[in-house]
Design a protein around this ligand. Structure first.
Ligand SMILES: [Zn+2]
Length: 141
């Protein structure tokens, strides 16, 4: 994906809906990553945004229609973010050297998925459950 060092289209609406002002957040818009604060983008973040790229490509009306629904519809937002976070986790997980480390990484991703940045959409425990289901992990306690 190409990287644009600017705010995305609809930024005013996005910033009005989520607590992201003055925060380092990146935005997928079709095949572009909008990166207004010029963050260093690691492979995990790129994998996350790449899932959104595919979602935008398959969504009727493209990224603009996707974003409008994403802002307005919490269940849709969660549905879109679970696979994006799962992809982000997978990139970290292949580099992890132990099961303990992977478990920690998954809990961090679940925490991010349940954070206020996204609305919030879901509690951390439920976020973990959804990620495990998405990743087809067995439910070991
Ligand atoms: Zn996302």
């Amino acid at each position: 994906m190409k990287v644009v060092h600017d705010y995305p289209p609809l930024y005013a609406e996005i910033a009005a809906a989520f607590p992201i002002k003055h925060r380092s957040v990146i935005f997928a818009w079709g095949d572009a990553i909008y990166n207004p604060h010029s963050l260093v983008l690691n492979d995990a973040l790129r994998a996350h945004e790449d899932v959104h790229r595919m979602q935008h490509e398959s969504y009727e009306g493209g990224p603009e229609a996707w974003w409008r629904r994403y802002i307005a519809d919490k269940a849709f937002r969660l549905d879109q973010e679970v696979p994006a976070h799962a992809a982000e986790y997978m990139v970290h997980a292949v580099l992890a050297d132990s099961r303990k480390r992977r478990r920690y990484l998954l809990s961090q991703i679940a925490r991010k998925l349940s954070s206020a940045t996204y609305g919030p959409m879901v509690g951390q425990r439920k976020a973990l459950e959804l990620l495990r289901k998405e990743l087809k992990m067995e439910d070991k306690k």
